[in-house]
Design a protein around this ligand. Sequence first.
Ligand SMILES: [Zn+2]
Length: 70
Amino acid sequence: MTTLLSPEIDTVGELTDRCDRCGAAAKLEVTLTSGGDLAFCGHHANRMHAEIARVASKVRVEEGFVWAGK
Ligand SMILES: [Zn+2]
């Protein structure tokens, strides 16, 4: 069994990004361990929480949004 590293999670004010999957307002911004950035709406952030946690070094969650990967 492999041990997953937990990303560092910050709560922030309103995010201005759009979801990279569907274009809805982002609730979660991710900094990847590989260097890039991704943004997800609430729907995609929760549906892909396991994948996000696996590749993220840092996660910024909009205040008030409850993320399944936390
Ligand atoms: Zn989305």
